[in-house]
Design a protein around this ligand. Structure first.
Ligand code: SF4
Length: 471
């Protein structure tokens, strides 16, 4: 098993004072071999540490004394030191099968690892979950976890996952809930497969068997032009309307039986169905914001100044880790997204970077086609002739990939090349991974016009536009 590799040491930290340096490999921590950063964090919380370190072919022992719970002060190269558990499903709707060839290798990794669910919010189907995993999750309180449900009927779930274990693995979901683990569910709706009567049956199954789920996100199948599965197709507007109607009916049932709506629809459904987004109060605190649920509504509240803080800021485990590991090396499409690879796009909060702003120039707000339908009316309300929304069609992936988080450098190059020079161009940070690359590997430096990266929330866009008005 590869040992944790130290890639950074915080100056003045206990690690620095003890002489640990980047490049050190930690073979053992107090005699134990940590499997991942979860164990690493537990072990390094101890006040007295003995680290067996490999450095330049030498083996040495480093002792660290610190306060109980004080961060050690190192960043390690990855979050999982043993192998990421890969998925053994073959879902027809998997977005990884719909990626073109030649992208970064990490994008093709199908993970189904409960640890990545806990650490990054990836979805797991539990088809590879074991008794030992349950024991660890319960003992170490690895909560919350995200679980892909898709259908509660065992036969349909097995068929959708193309895995005979798909039918039985929801027993682990019941076990997790029985042990008080918070679980958020997700249903990817594939028209003609698990909508209609199957969706109703799944809702009834959730009410009957899993009413203690924290929430359930209902998201539409994402299709790229590279899809080869003939049964997978886009929703028609009528099908989208039926899904909205069915889920809203079930929200009423859940609300009357459980006292909460439990299940929520991705924003895309309301756009596809041509229906207004539900009021903010209907989202039960926006707990599924990073699944693309309620993003349009929170963006509006933020943009109009009705919300003082941006919604969806990353929290949880990594808020407690001294220096977070970089997930980009082994997670799916988005660093903060969902390993189970058919989702509505995640949220990255890149720090604003200004590249050559032009004083007093007109402003173009770049967005995916879906986002443009949300942002456009908000910008119209400003009555500012100097601001326009530029909807960027995703030709790289094609299909229905209209969310801003899947925009590629190639699409932005194509669109920006047609736009006038010396304007200000604002681009949401959600397009970029933590290493500041688009999904196709390009960077902002490759774009034909300078762009400013703005955090993906209404407050940040409002502030950026206000700055434009002052220039
Ligand atoms: S959609 Fe998720 S569970 Fe299905 S094959 Fe892809 S990664 Fe595996």
């Amino acid at each position: 098993m590869p040992a944790p590799l130290i890639v950074a040491v915080a100056p003045g930290s206990p690690a620095a004072l003890a002489g640990l340096t980047p490049g050190d490999e930690v073979a053992r921590l107090n005699g134990q071999v940590p499997r991942d950063v979860i164990e690493w964090k537990l072990l390094t919380d101890e006040p007295e540490l003995e680290l067996d370190v490999r450095r330049g072919g030498m083996e040495l022992v480093v002792d660290v004394s610190k306060r109980d719970g004080e961060p050690l002060g190192v960043e390690v190269q990855s979050a999982v030191f043993d192998r990421v558990r890969t998925c053994d499903n073959h879902c027809e709707f998997c977005f990884i099968y719909q990626l073109p060839k030649g992208m970064r290798r990490s994008l093709y990794l199908k993970d189904d690892d409960y640890r990545l669910s806990f650490l990054y919010g990836n979805f797991t189907t539990l088809t590879r979950f074991t008794e030992a995993d349950l024991e660890r999750v319960v003992t170490e309180r690895l909560s919350p976890l995200n679980v892909s449900i898709h259908a509660t009927d065992p036969e349909i779930r097995s068929r959708m996952l193309r895995n005979p274990r798909g039918g039985m693995s929801l027993r682990w979901l019941r076990a997790l809930l029985d042990h008080g683990i918070e679980v958020r569910g997700q249903i990817v709706v594939c028209p003609g497969v698990n909508d209609g009567a199957v969706l109703d049956d799944t809702m009834a199954g959730i009410l009957d068997r899993f009413p203690d789920l924290a929430s359930v996100a209902v998201v539409p199948l994402g299709l790229s032009k590279f899809n080869t599965e003939s049964a997978m197709r886009l929703h028609t507007a009528a099908e989208a309307m039926s899904v909205v109607a069915a889920v809203e009916d079930w929200q009423d049932v859940f609300a009357s039986v459980l006292g909460r709506r439990l299940v929520h629809l991705a924003d895309e459904y309301y756009l596809m169905a041509g229906r207004p987004f539900p009021p903010a109060a209907a989202y039960d605190g926006f707990t599924m914001h990073e699944d693309g649920i309620g993003m349009a509504r929170t963006f509006e509240l933020e943009f109009l100044g009705e919300s003082a803080a941006a919604t969806g800021t990353r929290s949880g485990f990594f808020a407690a880790v001294d220096l977070p590991a970089n997930p980009a090396a082994y997670t799916g499409l988005r660093a903060t997204g969902h390993g189970c690879s058919n989702d509505g796009g995640g949220v990255d909060r890149a720090a604003p970077v200004t590249l050559g702003p032009a004083r007093g120039a007109p402003i173009g707000v770049l967005s995916g086609e879906m986002g443009a339908r949300v942002i456009g009316p908000l910008i119209d309300q400003l009555g500012r002739g100097d601001v326009r929304v530029i909807a960027v069609r995703n030709e790289f992936f094609g299909g229905n990939t209209a969310v801003t988080g899947l925009l590629t450098g190639a699409d932005l190059c194509r669109v920006l090349a047609q736009e006038p020079p010396r304007h200000r161009y604002l681009l949401p940070g959600v397009c970029l991974s933590d290493d500041q690359r688009f999904l196709d590997g390009l960077t902002v430096a490759d774009l034909p016009r300078p762009v400013e990266i703005v955090a993906t929330d209404g407050l940040a866009l409002r502030a950026a536009l206000r700055e434009g008005a002052r220039r």
